[in-house]
Design a protein around this ligand. Structure first.
Ligand SMILES: C[S@@+](CC[C@H](N)C(=O)[O-])C[C@H]1O[C@@H](n2cnc3c(N)ncnc32)[C@H](O)[C@@H]1O
Length: 296
């Protein structure tokens, strides 16, 4: 896995921290529960290679580790298609549970998250016993979490924040080949049934309605239309030069009367990561551990 993942995990970790800090203050006043759903959870650690092969906590462990202190989630929901990932994550969570002061309350789902989401939402209602807020992470590697799934979450419960990883370069590439496809050429905006493919289900719109350089813009507008009015982004870049690898981490929240105070954190994160690529992080690490004598 590329070193760019460290940038992504930093953003996730910082946002989880800010989210819990702010909502924990309201938790007791409003008798409110806080939930975290990692819809593409993997196994809890991410391994980066090159120079020193190193393991970092992935999103699921980053959220679970918050059980160390008072600001933690009341329940964590994980889901991954791969049995191996689920089994490893289960062992890691059990080990963590033995050392953390607060007992972990979690469930690992064995299904496509686009289907498991129904059960997750039902369980959240059952567990909340009243009012709850949820942070939903869709750390897409490919076109994994469909737009319809996000819409369903939003329609079921508006008090959710989304963190979504938008894989810009794979989306642009795939769009190019889809647009040459006869079913796309013959598609009409009034009947998009010919465009029923993974790309369309992911973006929530067929490629024929979108210009190539406006994929992110359209996706963001669609999120706004379903009620996530406030959206910030942080660029995550891989290689040394622009265009080699590019993900967009979107943080989408609904507008509140007081505004989303913690969104200002994202401006700071964006500034911090604008000129940092995954390769730069690898160089810094290898320099720190002595594999590389100078910073390039
Ligand atoms: C990018 S990794 C997630 C990394 C993780 N969030 C982290 O920070 O360590 C994506 C994971 O999603 C799983 N996956 C892909 N599509 C899925 C789906 N539709 N439902 C559930 N899991 C899925 C893959 O098996 C893979 O482990």
């Amino acid at each position: 896995m590329g070193w760019w993942r460290i940038i992504k995990e930093c953003v996730i970790s910082q946002y989880i921290g800010a989210y819990l800090n702010i909502l924990n203050a309201q938790r007791q006043k409003k008798n409110m529960k806080l939930f975290f759903a990692d819809l593409l959870s993997s196994n809890g650690l991410c391994e980066v290679k090159g120079g020193h092969d190193t393991f970092f906590p992935g999103s699921s462990l980053l959220a679970a580790l918050r059980n160390e202190g008072p600001n933690h989630f009341d329940k964590l929901y994980f889901c991954d298609l791969k049995k191996e990932n689920r089994d490893i994550l289960k062992t890691r969570l059990e080990n963590l549970d033995n050392i953390l002061p607060n007992k972990l309350n979690y469930e690992i789902y064995n299904a496509d998250s686009n289907l498991a989401i129904d059960d997750i939402l039902i369980d959240m209602r059952k567990e909340s016993g009243g009012f709850h807020n949820a942070l939903i992470l869709a750390d897409n590697q490919g076109f994994d979490i469909q737009f319809y799934t996000l819409q369903k979450i939003q329609n079921t419960h508006k008090y959710t924040d989304f963190i979504i990883n938008l894989p810009i370069i794979p989306l642009e590439r795939q769009m190019g080949s889809l647009k040459k496809n006869p079913s796309c050429i013959n598609c009409s905006p009034d009947d998009i049934s010919l465009c029923d493919n993974a790309w369309t289900r992911f973006i929530g719109m067929p490629p024929c309605l979108i210009k190539k350089n406006q994929i992110a813009e359209n996706y963001i507008n669609n999120l706004k239309k379903i009620g996530k009015e406030h959206i910030e982004h942080v660029d995550v870049k891989g290689g040394r030069s622009a265009g080699i690898f590019h993900y967009l981490m979107l943080i989408a929240v609904r507008d509140t009367k007081s505004g989303a105070a913690w969104m200002t954190l994202l401006n700071r994160l964006r500034e911090r990561f604008t000129n940092i690529t995954g390769d730069k992080i690898k160089e810094l690490f290898n320099t720190f551990f002595g594999n590389q004598k100078t910073l390039i």
